[in-house]
Design a protein around this ligand. Structure first.
Ligand code: 5AD
Length: 468
């Protein structure tokens, strides 16, 4: 290398992807790359992608085509597509977008610097050694000037590699990769492989390092984060240990599977002061027949029992969920059951989706007549959003007047205002200074838009505030 190479990573999709983007940047930085803030400043551009719904993929394809434009002036520029969509489309993507130099799935990042070296050397010979265990697609191979790295590695949990974290406020900590569930709508097991859990001691050392660097909020990440198990370590035990790391003031985790919300876990959540009063619990549907065909492996009643157990232990708990409407075969009455579930649980927040067919998932094999016309799914989605927003607005209106601890994240749109989150993950804007980013303020909630809050700092409480 004649001069320092610069890499730019652009991430789409879930928190795990954001964390993977930090991992790629960390791996490249450790090998001498400088990390660029803009694609225009980079020698290597990596678009880190999501495959969860078709819409997510289309967005990325458009973006990649746009970035191709930078190559006309700089033919040496390396354009890579990484992550779940890269894994899902594989050679197909390489064919459809011949200007893409590298297609790399989520288990290839350890080899990223070597693969980039090979690309720069002209991609001669066999690009990369095959992974120890290849469970899905064929091994790494070369396609003309392009490289595709698509091994799914049953052992790869990125042990020993560090993220490049840029936030001074909160840190994502991946504790698990892949997924052993087979929810029939979901592409994740096929693009991220089986569940792989990290060593608990390494996780704890990493959290201690994060706290030592002055960041006091961590979110533990995994596809089904609470099914984490490593020897004697359950997720509940790990959560407790993370919550007790000196300097850690807030711990969250996402996303749990309802079936692994154990009494032991709820007990730790209730007992450990650092564990936030917040739980994202994906329901997906409020109808037993649909849940069964989704292979979620719980019923509406057992989901409600989990909610009740959590709320009993943590009365102030803020609950959010994920819901899919228009799953193949969902009748209108079955959809109404989902609306009933929303009204019964009264979630503080809901992420709502129209079912999106993903090639290779079991649901694609359902009878053709089961697939729901888009207009019907769209109407259901809009009705669901209406109900969810209405409930959210009612809940939040009832919280105006509360005094909350807010971790300041960034400046708000209004000059002289900052934006932060309460322990219950509610967003609050209030008058404040950018120098407060990363520290805690005591705030009274003065009004709500329905979804977010405006607040005022309570200066009388200044004495009990602790800087973050
Ligand atoms: N179509 C629509 N939504 C999906 N999700 C996962 N797969 C699909 C799909 N094929 C949703 C689920 C999941 C969230 C991350 O994305 O609700 O919890």
């Amino acid at each position: 290398m004649t001069r320092t190479q610069r890499a730019y990573v652009e991430t789409y999709g879930c928190q795990m992807n954001i964390s993977d983007g930090e991992l790629m940047a960390g791996i490249l930085e450790a090998r001498g790359y400088a990390i660029a803030d803009r694609p225009e400043d980079a020698d290597v551009i990596l678009v880190n992608t999501c495959a969860i719904r078709e819409h997510a993929e289309q967005r990325v394809l458009g973006r990649v085509a746009q970035l191709k434009g930078l190559k006309t002036e700089r033919p040496d520029l390396v354009l890579g597509v990484t992550g779940c969509m890269a894994q899902r489309m594989g050679d197909d993507l390489a064919r459809k977008a011949p200007y893409v130099d590298l297609v790399m799935g989520p288990d290839g990042y350890r080899r990223l610097p070597d693969v980039l070296d090979r690309l720069r050397d002209g991609g001669e010979a066999e690009a990369v050694p095959p992974a120890l265990a290849t469970v899905a697609s064929p091994g790494s191979r070369k396609r003309g000037p392009q490289l595709t790295v698509l091994d799914l590695d049953t052992g790869e949990n990125y042990q020993g590699l560090e993220q490049r974290r840029t936030s001074e406020v909160a840190a994502w900590v991946p504790i698990q990769r892949g997924c052993d569930h087979r929810c029939t709508f979901c592409i994740v097991p096929y693009v991220r492989g089986p569940e792989k859990n990290r060593d608990p001691h390494e996780i704890l050392a990493e959290v201690a390092g994060i706290a030592a660097g002055g960041v006091s909020e961590v979110t533990l990440l995994g596809q089904t984060v609470n099914s984490y198990v490593a020897g004697e370590w359950s997720f509940a035990r790990l959560l407790e240990a993370v919550a007790r790391v000196p300097g850690i003031r807030r711990v969250r985790f996402t996303s749990p599977h309802p079936n692994d919300l154990t009494p032991e876990l709820v007990e730790v959540m209730a007992r450990e002061p650092a564990v936030c009063e917040q739980l994202h619990l994906p329901a997906q549907s409020g109808n037993d027949r649909t849940l069964k065909r989704m292979v979620r492996r719980y019923t509406v009643d057992s989901f409600l029992e989990k909610v009740e157990m959590a709320r009993r232990a943590i009365p102030d708990l803020a609950l959010s969920t994920d819901i899919i409407v228009g799953f193949p075969g969902e009748t209108d009455d079955e959809f109404r059951d989902t609306l009933d579930l929303m009204r019964t649980v009264r979630f503080d927040d809901a992420f709502t989706y129209k079912y999106s067919l993903r090639d290779g998932t079991p649901a694609t094999r359902l009878p053709e007549g089961d697939f729901i016309p888009d207009a019907v799914a769209q109407a259901r989605l809009e009705e669901l959003i209406d109900v969810a927003r209405g409930i959210q607005a009612e809940i939040n209106a009832g919280e105006v007047g509360r005094v909350e601890e807010v971790l300041v994240e960034k400046g708000a749109r209004d000059p002289g205002h900052v934006l932060g989150r309460t322990r219950r993950n509610k967003v609050v804007a209030f008058p404040g200074d950018l120098s407060w980013v990363g520290s805690y303020r005591t705030v009274v909630l003065t009004s709500t838009t329905g979804a977010t809050f405006a607040g005022e700092r309570i200066t009388a409480h200044e004495a009990v505030e602790v800087g973050g």
